[in-house]
Design a protein around this ligand. Structure first.
Ligand code: NAP
Length: 258
């Protein structure tokens, strides 16, 4: 069994992935920007029948309250919009020396045509979706190397094609694919995967549909748990193999644009 750090653990795909990894007996470090939401989530997981009895603690950056939930579930408060502060934040955190996997699921999207997008619109999406992921990966590389671990980037169909109104998000996700490809080539001891989900029934998709002035019907989209299954498959691929890129979309025909 391994230990996995998941960003965006409080979001749709992140929570589903954490739940599944928990069910499969792995230990978790849940990363998010809201200590309250992380507390709640860790408490829910600790109450599940899959729990073990041992615990380790992680100190949250900036002296924020630690969540000492039992059963190998820890939390870490991390705001990916501030990558310059991440090294200092992690320096006061008691992270494990060996990390079997880092799953980047945190992400934001904000639609807008190029003509209407100011610099802040670009900066927010690029910082959280790309620069924050790169910096967190860099800082955790020693632990990942020590465990011959895996890095999974939750990308998007928008990381493979850019549609009108999606430029900043698509640029961040195209960049994320570039980050994954370079990292894979630079670090042969670590397995690196990009997962490209189509539209998935989460808060992000609800917001996207609102921005598209269209109805949000969760049944039209992938279940977050389905994407989580794909991620688990990547993680549980035997060590002689590597899944480099994995696309998954809804069979219901929703466009593969996000
Ligand atoms: N939903 C889709 O249709 C879809 C399709 C393809 C790819 N994706 C990708 O899948 C990943 C997960 O998205 P989702 O659908 O699960 O969306 P979601 O439910 O909105 O979750 C997004 C997660 O990112 C976290 N986050 C946002 N800003 C952050 C910041 N500044 N620092 C740290 N964490 C931050 C959120 O934390 P809070 O709980 O604090 O808000 C939340 O946990 C994203 O990378 C997204 O681009 C989604």
């Amino acid at each position: 069994m391994g230990i996995y750090l998941i960003t965006g653990a409080t979001g749709g795909i992140g929570t589903a992935t954490a739940e599944l990894l928990r069910e499969h007996g792995h230990d978790l470090i849940l990363a998010g920007r809201s200590p309250d939401r992380l507390h709640k989530l860790a408490g829910q997981f600790a109450a599940t029948p899959y729990g073990k009895t041992q615990s380790f603690s992680v100190t949250s950056p900036g002296g924020q309250p630690v969540v000492p939930t039992a059963r190998h579930i820890s939390t870490i408060t991390l705001d990916l919009s501030e990558p310059r502060r991440m090294e200092a934040a992690l320096a006061v955190v008691d992270l494990p020396a060996r990390l079997d996997g880092l799953i980047h699921s945190a992400g934001v999207t904000d639609l807008g045509r190029v003509a209407a997008q100011d610099a802040d619109h670009w900066i927010d999406q690029l910082m959280i979706n790309l620069v924050g992921a790169a910096e967190l990966t860099r800082l955790l590389l020693p632990s990942l190397r020590a465990a011959a671990g895996q890095v999974v980037f939750v990308n998007s169909g928008a990381g493979l094609r850019a549609n009108p109104g999606w430029s900043a998000y698509a640029a961040s996700k195209h960049g994320l694919k570039a980050l994954a490809d370079s990292l894979r080539a630079e670090e042969p001891g670590i397995r690196v995967t990009s997962v490209f989900p189509g539209r998935t029934a989460t808060e992000m998709q609800r917001k996207v549909r609102a921005q598209e002035n269209a109805e949000y019907r969760p049944a039209d989209y992938l279940e977050p748990s389905t994407v989580a299954r794909a991620i688990l498959g990547v993680i549980e691929t035997p060590a002689d193999g590597i899944v480099t890129d994995l696309s998954i979309r809804s069979r219901e025909g929703a466009p593969f644009s996000l």
